[in-house]
Ligand binder design. Structure first.
Ligand code: AMP
Length: 287
């Protein structure tokens, strides 16, 4: 496995790949877990060349994640990537990616960055958008892999790729879960044993929403309330939002129909937990 930290070296290497076969790319913030591995293994299987980036900077980390803890994980992450036979681990330095005179950003607008995750984290989502597009420019993948768990980020990337005519295919893989349904996430490490036990209520609430839909309920407000009520049964879990929305725009829906996303965000202690299930436009549930 080759480890690249230098931006020019990444650009040169990507240029050399033009005739070398398809390039699969998995952007991550490191501290790799089995959710990341699902994306990495898909990239390995579907593309000739695989690249995994690890970009850690304080502003890119969600709550419950401690920037100081990250260097500690890097050696382990590199071992994991090597054992998965990843071709390139790309570890750009924050100072190279964002020099002091950096002044050009990708700034998605509208509900997609302003509602739900964007309500408190608009700046973060915009920074995420800029960072991913920079990585796309450096790695020049044919296919980029993302997890459905971060549905709003997925929708933002789809929109940017469409709006800016970026020639990259996006592959979105289902959320990898623990046995009790809790979505695997870096922030789960911050859960106390008790919080970890009750955190699965988020998944149960989504399933309750799904069941209501399957039983014919079509009112977004009723489904949102049912999901919120179920989360409220666990005192250690504090709901941020339980929402029903369009998966591509994150706007509200008047009535629930195929092509609707159920999404929940909550806090357990310091950890912020998000999860969703999607009633796809072709009628299948993705969760
Ligand atoms: P992160 O390192 O948290 O930025 O995540 C990197 C990628 O892994 C993103 O596309 C996430 O959506 C994806 N990911 C994180 N957790 C999971 C999971 N439990 N299942 C599937 N994909 C995931």
């Amino acid at each position: 496995m080759r480890i690249i930290t230098n931006l020019d070296e990444m650009t040169e290497t990507a240029r050399g790949w033009l005739s070398g076969g398809s390039v699969g790319f998995v952007p991550t913030k490191g501290h790799l877990h089995i959710g990341h591995l699902a994306l990495i293994q898909a990239a390995r299987q579907e593309c000739e060349i695989s690249v995994v980036s690890i970009v850690v900077d304080a502003a890119a980390l969600g709550s419950g994640e401690d920037p100081a803890a990250y260097p500690h994980y890097l050696a382990r992450d590199l071992q994991v990537l090597a054992s998965e036979n990843v071709d390139v681990a790309f570890l750009p330095r924050a100072g190279d990616m964002y020099p002091p005179d950096f002044s050009t950003t990708v700034s998605p607008t509208g509900p997609l960055v302003e509602r739900l995750e964007g309500a408190n984290r608009l700046a973060y989502l915009r920074q995420f958008a800029t960072g991913i597009i920079k990585l796309f420019q450096l790695v020049r993948p044919d296919i980029a892999y993302f997890g459905q768990k971060d549905a709003q980020q997925v929708a933002i990337i789809h929109r940017i790729v469409r709006d800016l005519n970026i020639d990259i295919n996006l592959r979105v893989l289902p959320t990898v879960r623990e046995n009790d349904g809790l979505a695997v996430a870096t922030s789960n490490a911050a859960l106390s044993p008790v919080q970890r036990q009750v955190a699965a209520v988020i998944h149960r609430a989504l399933l309750a929403g799904k069941e209501l839909v399957e039983n014919g309920e079509r009112s977004p407000a009723s489904i949102e309330k049912a999901m919120a009520d179920l989360v409220a049964t666990e005192a250690a879990v504090k709901l941020d939002y339980a929402a029903v929305c369009r998966p591509d725009t994150f706007t509200e829906v008047d009535t629930v129909a195929p092509g609707t996303l159920l999404v929940i965000a909550a806090y357990a202690g310091k950890a912020r937990l998000i999860d969703n299930i999607l009633w796809t436009s072709y009628g299948r549930w993705l969760f």
